[in-house]
Design a protein around this ligand. Structure first.
Ligand code: DC
Length: 227
């Protein structure tokens, strides 16, 4: 099986680039952020503070998460209910960032993520895919972009959904999440030593997809010629 790990900060374009690249190569795309968002959502409905590690850990056993692929799109089910739309709010993102710093949550999701890669050719995006989840991934890409570029892209996504969000609030939210995600003690966001860094600040979506697909193709061709 072939595994491609795409890591990077929030809003760098990972999910769109990874989804398109997966379509082009007929791989399965796994959005691991959705798993953390789902746990964040569940905890936010029951707890005052989603950073409360002891309380979150206690509730984890009540959760069952399933991924299904409908028309090529990943849908995430929380205890049987499709929460794919509900987990897309900025609040769910913040709760996801909170619960993702809790070791028990990361352990809970680790094998689930590895199972997908054992059974399928995958492009998996997240924060620790190349460093922790799939350290032997054949291709590792760290996708990044400036905070302003990322905030602009997020704003466009919210506007397209008819939601009004303040640009400066978005910048603050992205900076806070970047800080939390890269400073947590366990599996922090960082570029794996053997990852290729791709800065998409000045690239269009199409250009980013093209570069990622060509990086993957090059590696796959290399593998075939070695065998
Ligand atoms: O990629 P995203 O914005 O949907 O991720 C939501 C949060 O989940 C993010 O702030 C950090 C966390 N996360 C993580 O810790 N590890 C991953 N592999 C994916 C996401």
């Amino acid at each position: 099986m072939i595994s491609v790990a795409i890591d990077g900060p929030s809003g760098a374009g990972k999910s769109t680039v990874a989804r398109r690249a997966a379509q082009a190569l007929s791989f399965i795309y796994i959005d691991t952020g959705a798993l953390y968002r789902t746990i964040g959502l569940y905890m936010s409905q029951r707890l005052e503070d989603t950073k409360d590690a002891a309380a979150v850990e206690k509730l984890l056993s009540q959760i069952s998460i399933n991924l299904k692929f409908i028309d090529g799109e990943q849908h995430v089910f929380l205890n049987g209910k499709d929460v794919s739309a509900e987990i897309r709010t900025p609040q769910a993102a913040m709760h996801a960032s909170n619960v993702s710093a809790i070791p028990a949550v990361r352990v809970f999701l680790l094998e689930m993520q590895r199972d997908f890669a054992r059974e399928n050719n995958v492009i998996m995006d997240g924060r620790d895919i190349g460093t922790v989840v799939l350290p032997k991934a054949q291709v590792k890409i760290f996708l990044t972009a400036s905070v302003e570029a990322r905030a602009k892209r997020r704003l466009a996504e919210h506007t397209a959904r008819g939601e009004h969000i303040d640009f400066n609030e978005l910048i603050k939210e992205i900076e806070t999440r970047d800080y939390n995600d890269s400073h947590r003690a366990i599996a922090p966001l960082k570029c794996a030593e053997d990852a290729v860094l791709l800065d998409t600040t000045a690239l269009s979506l199409e250009e980013s997809v093209e570069k990622v697909v060509s990086m993957i193709r090059k590696t796959l061709c290399g593998e075939k010629s070695i065998k």
